[in-house]
Design a protein around this ligand. Structure first.
Ligand SMILES: Cc1ncc(COP(=O)(O)O)c(C=O)c1O
Length: 452
């Protein structure tokens, strides 16, 4: 037997059996192979870090880009497109950009931890109303965030850290924006659901929602979409919001508003924010995540803010001061300080009367085009006499509509007609235009009739 090429077999070791020696030899070979090649040695093999699935929305975008058909229609992504299916830079944003570039005092210093003060104060007025009692009584503290996503995350982080233990669960609508689940799971909040959408009526399941919220443990957090619910496009009426507020109050739930579409839904900033303003008037302590991605078309610039509103009371100012100080610490450790460009653009517009008016005009252009597309799609489906009731196309609001298509129909419409939508049958109305709405109606009609 040849001597193994390893000094661990000393002369004093008992003579190894043939099988033992072979096993040992193969262990050594494996070990040297791993150690010898730095590229192959990892602490993160597939058992530790399994391959994660691709983000469904971004995967859908990639599939759309690859499709070479000249008929293809993108109804997946939640970003506004003009009537030529092109991204639209708001004219008011172009003006603000010009002003910013010509500002001789412009520099690229860090913003404060809480962000650009003239931006956050304008954001407060926008979301709560300039004459809000909460602003007048200094009961609000606000931080600029990485768009709406960053605001939702900061809110989740704060609540998970400071709400009394055991930390209450957060109730999300079923369905909701998919990222809510990931964000709140990442900050270790446990997630529960309340019914929201009735597949049968394609309207709000108010009864289901209220009864679940009534039976939620007191102190639970409830996440509410302020307007243009994503993904369903179904919003409570003003009267229904009052009933929701009543249950939130009687069961001592904590309201967390997510507002990603103010002004984009109806074209009217105050109307889209009825729910938040009503809850604040009613004296709730609450938090708000506010995005400027859709209503300013500043998607990639990540402009947003997070607001904490205290209930009226003699200690309210003390509460917001303490809460603000802790939020600043969280912000510092997460992003240090927020990005400047988007906030500067929004701030220029929000703080100038004439530009603000022009912005409202731009909002009406976007929301108006989407409302027109809803009407056209409904009219085309009526013409085709497509089976089923399609009233929800015009009663739903905002960027999205829940078509009610089953997954097999969604896959068939992609395969045969090159129409891209998320698997749950959600379409982005902004992807429709006068050039493709008829084609889409025909595609929808075909899969509704022929794919079960
Ligand atoms: C309900 C909801 N919340 C938050 C966001 C956050 O968007 P952003 O981070 O781009 O502002 C979105 C965007 O689609 C949304 O639909």
């Amino acid at each position: 037997m040849p001597t193994p090429p390893n000094d661990s077999f000393t002369s004093s070791s008992p003579a190894p059996s043939k099988t033992n020696a072979n096993t040992r030899l193969s262990q050594i070979n494996q070990h040297t192979a791993t150690m010898g090649s730095a590229g192959e040695h990892t602490l993160f093999d597939a058992n530790v870090v399994p391959q994660a699935p691709e983000d469904p929305l971004f995967g859908l975008m990639a599939a759309y880009r690859k499709d070479t058909s000249d008929k293809k229609v993108d109804l997946g992504i939640g970003a506004y497109r003009d009537n030529n299916a092109k991204p639209w830079v708001l004219p008011v944003v172009k003006k603000a950009d010009e002003i910013l570039r010509n500002d001789p005092n412009l520099n690229h210093e860090y913003l404060p931890i809480a962000g650009l003060p003239e931006f956050t104060s304008a954001a407060q007025k926008l979301i709560l109303g300039a004459d809000s009692p909460a602003i007048k009584e200094s009961r609000v503290t606000s931080l600029q965030t990485i768009s709406g996503t960053g605001a939702v995350h900061l809110g989740g982080l704060f609540l998970a850290k400071f709400l009394s233990k055991p930390t209450p669960a957060i109730y999300l609508s079923n369905p909701t924006w998919a990222n809510h689940n990931q964000i709140f799971t990442n900050v270790h909040l446990s997630i529960k659901q309340y019914p929201y959408f009735s597949a049968k009526t394609k309207m709000l399941d108010l009864e289901g929602m209220l009864s679940t919220l009534k039976s939620a443990p007191q102190g639970s957090i409830v996440l509410l979409h302020a307007c243009a619910h994503n993904p369903t496009g179904v919003d409570p009426t003003q009267d229904q919001w009052k009933q929701i507020a009543e249950v939130v109050r009687s069961n001592k739930l904590f309201p967390f508003f997510d507002c990603a579409y103010q002004g984009f839904a109806s074209g009217d900033l105050a109307k889209d924010n009825f729910a938040i303003r009503y809850f604040v008037e009613e004296g709730f302590e609450l938090v708000i995540a506010q995005s400027f991605a859709k209503n300013f078309g500043l998607y990639g610039e990540r402009a947003g803010s997070f607001h904490f509103v205290a209930s009226p009371g003699s200690n309210a100012q003390d509460v917001v001061k303490r809460v603000g100080s802790q939020l600043a610490i969280l912000q510092r450790s997460e992003i240090s300080n927020p990005p400047a460009y988007g906030a500067r653009i929004a701030s220029i517009v929000l703080n100038d009367e004439a530009l603000f008016k022009q912005w409202e005009e731009d909002l009406r252009t976007m929301s108006g085009r989407i409302i027109e597309m809803r009407k056209s799609l409904k009219a085309e489906l009526d013409k085709l006499d497509t089976p089923g009731n399609w009233d929800h196309i015009t009663s739903q609001i905002g960027m999205f509509s829940f078509t009610g298509l089953a997954e097999a129909q969604v896959l068939a419409i992609r395969e045969k007609w090159h129409v891209y939508m998320t698997k749950n049958g959600r379409i982005s109305m902004a992807g429709l235009n006068t050039g493709n709405v008829k084609y889409f109606a025909e595609a929808l009609d075909d899969v509704v009739r022929n794919v079960k």
